[in-house]
Design a protein around this ligand. Structure first.
Ligand code: SF4
Length: 129
């Protein structure tokens, strides 16, 4: 959500995520789930599906723990988050500082996400107006 700039695994994944990014940018509330979510949906029937891999489950847990620690709340299945400008500003600042990037270790997108943060998130598609 913090670093999506229109890049992704497949054209269907990217198209779906762009539509979700519009909804998130308008402040639509997010409900966290265990496992694959609406963003992952286009991958589930294809060869690129990796959503149930152990590494992905561990990455989700690490991200939830890091964000929960920052916000001072328990983050997990069922947590509701409204991605408003104040929250995104706080998350972006901490992502750029590296304090909520525990989940990024060994992620194939880590270099891209690092560049997005270095460019001050200027090209991201989840951006409240
Ligand atoms: S590096 Fe991977 S885990 Fe970290 S924000 Fe980017 S896509 Fe998510």
């Amino acid at each position: 959500m913090l670093t999506f700039v229109g890049e992704g695994y497949t054209p269907a994944f990217t198209e779906n995520y762009i539509a979700i990014a519009r909804r998130l940018s308008s402040g639509e509330e997010i409900q966290l789930v265990d496992g694959p979510d609406d963003i992952c949906a286009p991958l589930l029937s294809g060869a690129a599906a990796h959503c149930h891999n152990e590494s992905v489950v561990a990455r989700d847990e690490a991200a939830a723990e890091a964000v929960g620690r920052l916000l001072g709340v328990k983050v997990g299945k069922g947590t509701r988050i409204r991605p408003d400008a104040a929250l995104l500003k706080r998350l972006r600042r901490n992502f750029a500082l590296g304090t909520i990037r525990k989940a990024c270790g060994e992620c194939e997108w880590s270099e891209l996400c690092g560049h997005v943060a270095e460019r001050a998130f200027t090209d991201v598609l989840v951006a409240p107006g």
